[in-house]
Design a protein around this ligand. Structure first.
Ligand code: DOR
Length: 442
């Protein structure tokens, strides 16, 4: 193969649907043009990938970037900077901004704010509400929309559809897979008194495992009645994993790195920094979610990157907001699980590229295959690093993993053929584009 390429990734171990092997990858016009042994003499640029693994670009299908609204926590530019510093090539951003992303105009506003500023490719979830339920079939198919997202339990922001009838009105109309924050709002209200002022460890006591399971059971029943495809975000209990085994025809599920890595023991060390919804729980839940990874119940990893400033997090519980940064640490934290033998590299790739492509119908991404977008997460599986707040590109500038040492590190992020991050530096300006989906190509 001696065609002209804009860029050749030379000598890396490519991980794709074929397995792992030493291969070069030739990129042209933002797409993958050749895979194999490539004569790079006529290439515009050659990147030496010897000793590195070349993975399909990591797609994080759950982040909160706060723009428009509380941009002192994050904005689309800073959030996407954090993403590419962490090896993430595309993000799906959540609708609980201010104003909420619940209309065509609000989606158009986000897309225009993203243009020329976001470093990675992006899609935006549209919030499903009682008010826009009649319009969700149109809203979910707008270019740049990831689909409809519904909060059944209240969290940051005012989006909430807590009752079965409200959820049913939405799921009767969706044709794409809709995503859910699944915690039973009625139970959360009943149990508000379980919160212990000043003690973030009471967060999972208030928002208990029953609240998560009960809501997921209600949600699945509604989806089955409507024959609607759904996606349950950030699974936090072993019981939901056991329950979802029997519902994989319609239901997909996400796990977060923090639910797979932390447990309630960590509240003593991290306090409100660990506070998020649904909560990090006892270790048996963490082990149950790992079984969900091993058994294929979990389809994707999402970071649920939900930044708040350290000042806001320093408020005494429960005034402290829920959420932590995560988009930049997803790859290193999960590669550390690969290094420890808890996760195979193939399954990591499945969860972060092929998985999102399959369940959300992403067009032209999620595989290292000719004709696909040239998105790559290039990693050094042997590199040992200590995660530090100073490395964090988010405006909120902290991570619950400050001081944690990992083996496995993202050294390069390539978005549609353009190197945007190399060895910790942003090397190209914001060139992110909207992600395209099979169901809204027109
Ligand atoms: O802890 C959380 N924070 N969970 C959510 O669902 C929302 C998020 C946020 O936006 O802060």
């Amino acid at each position: 193969m001696s065609n002209r390429y804009d860029l050749v990734l030379k000598g890396g171990t490519v991980v794709n649907h074929d397995g792992e092997g030493l291969r070069d990858v030739g990129l042209r016009d933002g797409r993958i043009a050749a895979i194999g042994s490539i004569d790079a003499s006529a290439a515009g640029e050659v990147v030496d990938c010897r000793g590195l693994h070349v993975l399909p670009g990591v797609i994080d299908s759950q982040v909160h970037f706060r723009e428009p609204g509380p941009t002192h926590k994050e904005d689309l530019q800073s959030g996407s900077r954090a993403a590419v510093l962490g090896g993430v090539t595309a993000v799906f951003e959540m609708p609980n901004t201010d104003p909420l992303t619940t209309s065509e105009a609000a989606l158009a506003d986000k897309l225009s704010r993203a243009r020329g500023r976001m470093h990675c490719d992006h899609a935006f979830w549209v919030g499903g509400t009682r008010e826009n339920a009649a319009d969700v079939a149109d809203l979910e198919r707008l270019p740049g929309a990831a689909g409809i997202k519904v909060f059944m339990g209240s969290s940051t922001g005012s989006l909430l559809v807590e009752d079965d009838e409200g959820v049913s009105e939405i799921l009767k109309r969706t044709r794409r897979r809709a995503a859910f924050h699944s915690e039973d709002e009625f139970r959360l209200r009943e149990r508000l008194g379980e919160r212990v002022p000043g003690d973030a460890a009471s967060h999972p006591v208030w928002r208990d495992a029953v609240a998560a399971l009960r809501c997921t059971q209600r949600l699945v029943a509604i989806a089955e009645a409507a024959r609607a495809r759904i996606h349950v975000l950030h699974i936090s209990t072993e019981e939901e994993i056991a329950f979802l085994r029997d519902h994989k025809d319609l239901v997909t599920a996400e796990a977060t790195p923090h639910h797979l890595t932390m447990s309630s023991k960590d509240y003593a060390r991290l306090g409100t920094l660990l506070q998020m919804n649904p909560p990090v729980r006892d270790a048996h839940h963490r082990d149950g979610i790992w079984r969900g990874i091993a058994d294929g119940i979990i389809d994707v990893l999402g970071s649920d990157h939900a930044p708040h400033t350290l000042e806001e997090k320093a408020k005494p519980y429960p005034q402290s907001p829920s959420g932590m940064t995560g988009v930049q640490t997803l790859v290193p934290i999960m590669l550390d699980h690969v290094a420890n033998g808890r996760l195979s590299l193939a399954r990591f790739v499945d969860l972060t590229s092929a998985g999102p492509q399959r369940i959300f119908g992403i067009a032209g991404k999620g595989r290292i295959a000719c004709g696909y977008d040239a998105d790559f997460t290039i990693v050094d599986l042997k590199r040992r690093e200590t995660i530090r707040n100073g490395w964090i590109g988010s405006t909120s500038q902290w991570t619950p993993y400050d001081g944690v040492s990992v083996t496995g590190w993202p050294v390069g992020t390539v978005v549609r053929g353009q190197r945007v991050m190399w060895d910790g530096d942003i090397v190209a300006p914001g060139l992110g584009k909207p992600v395209r989906f099979a169901e809204s190509l027109g």
